[in-house]
Ligand binder design. Structure first.
Ligand code: T4K
Length: 393
């Protein structure tokens, strides 16, 4: 390797002594619930010969998610991106909508895809969530709404964003793709803004293979979302709005019902891993684990560390971890504003997003979930300790 890393770390006896994992440890390796329960639900599904289109498993799933999140309505969708697109349409957003750049690209694409301009605001470097002051600076006469993202499952500044929205007559919704089973001020995420969306993708700690939902207390939004996910049908032969096909299938709902029954155990495992990472990484200079507020309910699904510039770069650390079969990720580098089509559309956006640029260059996401045990956490943490210069050796 042509870098400082080869001299400082990966050629060292400490590095060589750490074994390569036999099987790759992925970020986002799915948690899989009780197979017997899943099989039972799928057997019933086949027995009924009802596979999609608002079937009984989807209806049961929706009711349970609404109860869990403490909201009036859950409209299940084929994935989180479809849920975003439909929520955006149901809210009537148009013109420009303010979003963070430091998020998965789906948040921006869901707007751009429908001819709405995503305007990127900067983040708070500590919380990684939208900076309300930056949001204020991005408002123009064309702005119709704000989409906050509860990044890593840590709540966005909901109160401040609501104040800005109210002051300027803007709609507010949240991309809660990461935030199922988390709270803000003791209230479950799901009921903030006019609507929120969840992702239940395979890589989320709670998954339905692919899936998502629009959750809301607003009857009008729920009714519109329900129509739009099924081509606008309000009954046989009766199309009353525009729409698409964003329906959740019965087999996905079966997976959701199964995983919901085991969700507490998964959170417990995630919490155990988070605490183990915290203990093992604390005291390593230049390495900071992103903290969860344990006074709230957290799902602990993302283990993110920020590494300062040092003799070894973030990218070199990630490459070295991958060589040991630890498939760490650089989410959400380089920021949406540096991805297409936004990079060409707004080549100078980076100047307005200094914190996004800094944080995106520092973050490493590490594996967790039920596929990762405490020995694995110890070994990965040891790798990071050695790679960052062996300060604590
Ligand atoms: N908003 C936010 C803030 C989001 O983070 C997301 C999705 C969305 C909206 C949109 O929701 P969806 O429409 O996806 O429901 C992955 C996921 O595909 C994506 O759902 C997720 N965010 C994002 C953070 O991660 P990629 O491009 O990183 O996927 P990929 O294929 O590289 O897989 C990620 C890791 O998971 C890999 O290390 C492999 C591992 N993996 C993946 C799958 C599917 C497994 O081990 N097993 C598997 O079955 O986007």
């Amino acid at each position: 390797m042509e870098s400082g890393l080869s001299r400082t770390a990966v050629d060292s006896a400490e590095w060589q002594a750490i074994p390569v994992f036999e099987r790759p440890l992925h970020v986002g390796q799915p948690n899989i619930g009780d197979r017997a329960m899943f099989d039972g639900l799928v057997d019933q599904m086949f027995e009924r010969r009802w596979l999609s289109n608002d079937g009984p498993l989807v209806q049961d799933f929706e009711q349970r998610i609404a109860d869990f999140a403490g909201v009036k309505h859950c409209v299940a969708m084929s994935n989180g991106t479809a849920a975003l697109e439909i929520a955006i349409r149901a809210l009537g957003l148009s013109g420009e909508v303010i979003v963070p750049s430091y998020t998965f690209v789906a948040t921006a694409h869901a707007l751009q895809w429908q001819g709405i301009t995503p305007v990127f605001a900067d983040i708070d470097p500590l919380t990684h969530n939208l900076d309300p002051e930056s949001v204020r600076r991005m408002i123009t006469p064309r702005t119709t709404g704000i989409i906050g993202v509860h990044l890593w499952g840590r709540p966005a500044p909901v109160r401040e964003l609501q104040e800005i929205a109210d002051e300027h007559g803007l709609q507010l919704m949240f991309d809660a793709a990461h935030a199922f089973a988390t709270t803000l001020g003791g209230k479950r995420i799901g009921g903030f803004g006019r609507a929120e969306i969840f992702s239940f993708h395979a890589t989320k700690f709670f998954n339905t293979f692919e899936g998502g939902a629009v959750v809301t207390d607003d009857d009008e939004i729920a009714a519109a979302a329900r129509l739009m996910r099924n081509f606008g049908f309000a009954g046989h032969d009766n199309v009353v709005s525009d729409g698409t096909n964003a329906k959740m299938t019965e087999v996905c709902a079966a997976m959701g019902l199964t995983n919901l029954a085991g969700v507490d155990a998964v959170i417990e495992t995630n919490h155990r891993n988070y605490t183990a990472y915290q203990d093992a990484l604390s005291g390593i200079p230049g390495v900071r684990l992103t903290q969860y507020d344990e006074a709230e309910e957290c799902n602990f699904q993302y283990i993110t560390v920020e590494v300062d510039d040092g003799p070894v770069s973030r990218d070199e650390i990630v490459a070295a971890l991958i060589s040991k079969n630890v498939l760490a990720r650089k989410y959400f580098w380089p920021g949406c504003h540096r991805m297409q089509p936004y990079r060409d559309l707004y080549p100078d956006a980076g100047a307005l997003l200094p914190n996004t640029e800094k944080v995106a260059a520092r973050v490493i996401v590490l594996p967790t979930g039920t596929a990762v045990d405490e020995d694995a956490v110890a070994s990965i943490s040891e790798m990071i300790r050695v790679l960052t210069g062996g300060h604590a050796l």
